[in-house]
Design a protein around this ligand. Structure first.
Ligand SMILES: C[S@@+](CC[C@H](N)C(=O)[O-])C[C@H]1O[C@@H](n2cnc3c(N)ncnc32)[C@H](O)[C@@H]1O
Length: 285
């Protein structure tokens, strides 16, 4: 077994949106010869076993990556091809497994590029080490990703793609993201930052609607920079709990919005529940 931690969410529709977008952005970064760094503040385990007991409990991939993999490539927009080819590349070696964000980046990066990965959970960190330590471009730290990011900015090549993907298990994590982005932009205003966030509908223990946390975070993130894109995909808006997810992207690559629009329409078609699904792309310029 390659990995099991957090496998219960692996390959769901939120992962499809996030990892597809990471692939698109990394692919844009390699269009220029100049090296760049990929920074992942919350890296996870790197590879997940979809056939394992944890993943089988919720079987979230069944409504996510498994649906996409059943479709023939010709039917899907080109914008999704790289992402799906990479998933198939992993599965050719390790059937029933699904890659995490660092694995996608690792496949796209060139010899001159570098990966810097942070993961706090001891077991996830152990798995990351196992999968990535042979790669000389890659450094893995068992440390807080927000602190780690701060220490690395600006990166020596002055080009970077940064994924901030916390679990949001605690309310304070929304504020940590705002703080992290605000401080990071002071050090490195030209980086491409991707912040993942959940869209949640449920009463919290204080009786408040928890979707407010993400909304408030977004409101503040929009004030941190003038060039951003906000992408959301809700496969089924009727779901209580996490009914969708979003990505707030600062300094998005040129034409990313166009690519996302094409791919999102396909995601809504294949993963969405008819009239109850929703996609949106909001941009500031
Ligand atoms: C949503 S998962 C990351 C998934 C991964 N980015 C991917 O897309 O494959 C969040 C991870 O963050 C880790 N984590 C939580 N708080 C952290 C922190 N302050 N710094 C670094 N990692 C943290 C958790 O252990 C968990 O593995």
């Amino acid at each position: 077994m390659l990995s099991y931690q957090h496998a219960f969410h692996a390959g769901n529709s939120a992962d499809v949106l996030k990892h597809w977008t990471v692939c698109l952005c990394a692919d844009y970064m390699i269009q220029k010869d100049k090296p760049f760094w990929y920074l992942d503040t919350h890296s996870g385990a790197g590879i997940y076993d979809l056939a394992g007991a944890e993943a089988q409990k919720t079987n979230e991939a069944h409504h996510g990556i498994h649906v996409m993999l059943r479709e023939s490539e010709e039917k899907l927009p080109e914008a999704l091809h790289l992402y799906l080819r990479l998933v198939k590349r992993l599965q050719a070696k390790h059937p029933h497994h699904y890659p995490g964000s660092p694995w996608f980046a690792q496949q796209i990066l060139r010899p001159q590029d570098k990966l810097r990965l942070f993961e706090l959970h001891p077991k996830d960190h152990q798995h990351l080490e196992k999968h990535f330590r042979q790669d000389r471009r890659c450094r893995i730290e068992k440390a807080d990703g927000h602190h780690g990011l701060k220490a690395l900015l600006p990166p020596p090549p002055k080009r970077a793609l940064i994924l901030i993907d916390p679990p949001y298990e605690q309310e304070k994590e929304y504020n940590e993201v705002i703080k992290s982005i605000t401080e990071s932009l002071k050090r490195f205003a030209t980086g491409t930052y991707i912040v993942w966030y959940p869209l949640i509908q449920r009463a919290s223990t204080q009786g408040r609607n928890k979707s407010g946390s993400a909304e408030n975070m977004l409101k503040q993130l929009k004030r941190t920079h003038s060039d951003w894109l906000n992408v959301q995909f809700c496969p089924d808006t009727r779901i209580q709990g996490m009914f969708g997810s979003g990505l707030f992207i600062i300094n998005p690559p040129w034409l990313l919005a166009e690519q996302l629009q094409k791919g999102l329409t396909a995601l809504a078609h294949y993963l969405g529940q008819d009239t109850h699904s929703r996609i949106s792309i909001e941009s500031n310029n």
